[in-house]
Design a protein around this ligand. Structure first.
Ligand SMILES: C[S@@+](CC[C@H](N)C(=O)[O-])C[C@H]1O[C@@H](n2cnc3c(N)ncnc32)[C@H](O)[C@@H]1O
Ligand code: SF4
Length: 463
């Protein structure tokens, strides 16, 4: 596939570099408020689960614990080696499952399960098996369900993967980040290539059908040459998917990122050069650019879903399961139904306290308006299909697109002038390097950006 960089001007990308959301939800998480309570969440579950309800369900479980701190980490995680602490958390996770599972209409089937973190494989194999069994007995999981897990190859034995397969997992995402020794030391994540290779080979041998490898560009001491070596090695593994994340440096939100010295970070120009080379290598290495840091082999479900316009975006990134209600379990986990979002508290004592009191652990949430639904659809379709049919939106929502989105189209004009978006007939298409600016283009349709003015920036930079 041609690289979106065939026509790109790096200076043009720099022009658009600014803080912006990643749109794993719309409205974005900073809009969630304590006005949406645990009682609201309960009402929402009851309202969306009438007797005889049949809609698909997706389940997310958050395992926050990790063995050691990666200085770049932007995830909601806690470092611990205290096994009792991990077991205690698992007990509360089961408590939450016990509170929610019986409220889901028995006819509803689970089509997707995801374990994220933190590091789910920081559990012992027996704990993985036990939790897997508990989930299986608590929900109606389809035989063909997509069951994915995030794994860290460090501290991981083959028996962890066997336990995951026993629990029904068929896909995995493995953190690699960078193979360069100097970069690994600077971010406190020493993970030799042979270790990643060994775990990858076990996973293939055990029958994981889809394997994703995570990379991060923009880390300390990375150069275009050093990262090229990493990308070449990763392509050599042959994963089904590769995510090349733009390092989100947000020390005001993640104070441990101050352990990364700004002077060691690649300059914006270098970072763009790294991105350019990465995309060129992945595209010429047989991967398709899906959008927003994600690449997939052409036969992979993500690439196929993009072609058939059934791709979807959720809190884990891109997904092929649209329309399923998402139930999130664990501290910080987010649930999303058609009209609402609910996020659990991000601190463990608060999470335990709520469950001990027989309440849901909802800390903040959001009820969507009609306008939110329209904008969510537009942003989702643009980020997944890389194009939007204005007539289809008009039919779906009964609006006159150009009038409704007058100010959005005004903001979009600069992208059109710069050759990043094309308007042909009723279709808005993201073209060329515009595909690397999906966040910026989506921002034109976000009604709330102007209202989020605080002292501190909320989002990471878009380029
Ligand atoms: C929960 S971790 C994956 C599982 C496991 N904890 C690990 O690190 O191998 C999710 C992924 O988020 C990415 N990530 C973490 N912090 C990031 C940051 N600040 N900027 C960009 N990507 C980040 C990493 O690529 C990481 O693999
Ligand atoms: S990157 Fe993964 S292993 Fe490292 S601290 Fe974050 S969640 Fe834990």
């Amino acid at each position: 596939m041609a690289s979106p960089f065939s026509v790109v001007d790096l200076l043009l990308l720099r022009k658009y570099d600014r803080p912006g959301p990643r749109y794993t939800s719309y409205p974005t998480a900073p809009l969630f408020s304590a006005g949406f309570t645990a009682d609201d969440f309960r009402r929402e579950i009851l309202a969306t689960n009438p007797a005889g309800g049949t809609g698909d369900v997706s389940l997310y479980f958050h395992f926050p614990f990790c063995d050691t701190l990666c200085y770049f980490c932007g995830c909601t995680m806690l470092i611990t080696r205290d096994r009792e602490r991990i077991e205690e958390y698992n007990r509360y996770l089961r408590k939450e499952i016990d509170a929610i599972a019986p409220l889901i209409a028995p006819g509803r089937r689970v089509v997707q399960v995801h374990w994220g973190g933190g590091t789910p494989t920081h559990l012992f194999p027996d704990q993985i098996r036990e939790m897997g069994e508990y989930i299986r007995k608590s929900f109606r999981i389809e035989a063909s369900a997509e069951m994915s897990v995030e794994i860290d190859p460090r501290e991981l034995g083959r028996e962890h993967l066997v336990a995951l397969r026993d629990a029904g997992f068929n896909r995995m995402s493995m953190g690699v980040q960078d193979f360069d020794a100097e970069v690994q030391e600077a971010v406190n994540r020493v993970q030799p290539e042979a270790m990643s290779r060994r775990v990858y080979d076990w996973a293939r041998e055990l029958g994981f059908t889809s394997i994703n490898l995570d990379l991060i560009y923009g880390l300390p001491f990375q150069t275009p040459g050093s990262f090229e070596t990493t990308v070449k090695k990763v392509i050599g593994f042959g994963p089904d998917r590769i995510a090349a994340f733009n390092y989100a440096h947000v020390p005001w939100l993640k104070p441990h990122q101050k352990l990364i010295h700004p002077e060691d970070l690649p300059s914006p120009e270098r970072k763009l050069e790294i991105l350019k080379r990465t995309i060129e290598m992945l595209c010429s290495g047989g991967y398709e650019y899906i959008g927003m840091d994600h690449f997939a082999q052409p036969g992979d479900e993500l690439a196929r879903a993009q072609k058939s316009k059934t791709l979807y975006r959720n809190f884990q990134g891109y997904s092929t399961k649209s329309g399923a209600d998402l139930y999130g379990f664990g501290m910080s986990a987010i649930s999303h139904f058609r009209e609402s979002y609910a996020q659990n508290t991000k601190n463990i004592p608060g999470y335990y306290r709520a469950l001990d009191e027989g309440k849901f652990a909802t800390h903040v949430g959001y009820r969507m308006t009609d306008d939110d639904q329209i904008r969510k659809h537009v942003i989702m379709r643009l980020m997944c299909d890389l194009e939007l049919d204005r007539t289809a939106v008009e039919k779906k929502f009964g609006i006159e697109f150009d009038t409704y989105f007058e100010s959005s189209l005004h903001d979009l004009a600069q992208f059109v002038d710069d050759g990043l978006v094309s308007l042909s007939g009723r279709t808005i298409s993201i073209v060329g390097a515009g595909r690397l600016l999906l966040r910026n283009i989506a921002m034109c349709f976000d009604a709330y950006l102007g209202t989020m003015s605080g002292n501190k920036p909320v989002f990471s930079r878009t380029v």
